[in-house]
Design a protein around this ligand. Structure first.
Ligand code: SAM
Length: 252
């Protein structure tokens, strides 16, 4: 098994049950607040099941999304259909996505950027830059390092229908301090009437970033006006804050 962070059929199902459309960590209101005056389309890479994308679309923002996982996209498309929304969604990856028209903003909530290793992240930031209008804004979330290295191994479960259960068993994280990555094995299982009907194993890796490290990289790639917010408040992070948002602009 080569690929990390695959988000296959059971992972997508669990994501949908655990983080349904509109489920907010404070991010939906924060992103809406910062982006509501955008003139032009807004891109959400790694759109997932549409947890944030769909509420923003419903609030009138011109959202466009892509995701590498067909299973996640299928869920997002189905949620849009159920709500009578037409959405511009495609299967693409951070590292090589392409659109002919630039965006007024690009937003990456839920720490999805941390699914990339350093080199993939660098290439992705270059693509973000190329896909922004002059003056366009990038907003990107990072989970604080403490969140990534803590051991959340064990079993979780979600009821999924009449006598049906989904379970997720996570291994303790393996920490690579050189690459700044935590790696976990995730075993997803689907049980019907106590019998195992499907099992999927995923290798999950997340990279932790220093705030200054990422700010410097953004500046090196040409971004300007880099700002940092904590816990979805319009103010700098305070000690102990768990979620960091970086904002940066392509020069006007
Ligand atoms: C934590 S979910 C975030 C979903 C959504 N943005 C949200 O805020 O709820 C991460 C998403 O990243 C997608 N993903 C993982 N690697 C990717 C890659 N290389 N390119 C694009 N999407 C990727 C996964 O398929 C998954 O849908």
């Amino acid at each position: 098994m080569k690929q990390d962070n695959r988000y296959g059929s059971l992972a997508a199902w669990v994501y949908d049950l655990d983080k349904p459309i509109g489920h907010s960590f404070g991010d939906i209101a924060f992103y809406h607040d910062r982006l509501r005056d955008c003139r032009g389309p807004i891109l959400e890479p790694a759109v997932g099941n549409g947890r944030v994308f769909i509420p923003l679309l419903e609030q009138g923002l011109a959202m466009v999304g892509f995701d590498a996982s067909e299973d996640m996209l299928a869920r997002c498309r189905a949620h849009c259909r159920q709500r009578g929304l037409s959405a511009a969604l495609s299967r693409q990856r951070f590292q090589d996505f392409y659109y002919a028209e630039p965006f007024a903003a690009i937003m990456v909530p839920a720490g999805s950027f941390q699914l990339l290793d350093f080199e993939q992240a660098r290439i992705t930031l270059q693509r973000f830059y190329q896909h922004l209008h002059p003056g366009g804004v990038l907003l990107l979330d990072l989970d604080a390092m403490g969140e990534l290295i803590q051991d959340v191994s064990g079993l979780r479960s979600w009821p999924a229908g009449e006598d049906e259960l989904l379970t997720l068993t996570a291994s303790p994280p393996e920490l690579d301090y050189l690459a700044q990555q935590s790696r976990t094995l995730l075993r997803y299982e689907h049980w019907v009437a106590g019998r195992l009907v499907l099992s999927e194993l995923e290798r999950f890796s997340l990279r932790w970033w220093g705030i200054q490290e990422l700010s410097l990289l953004l500046e090196q790639l040409g971004f300007v006006d880099v700002r940092v917010y904590g816990d979805y408040r319009a103010e700098p992070p305070r000690p102990g804050c768990r979620l960091i948002t970086l904002e940066a602009r392509r020069p006007a």
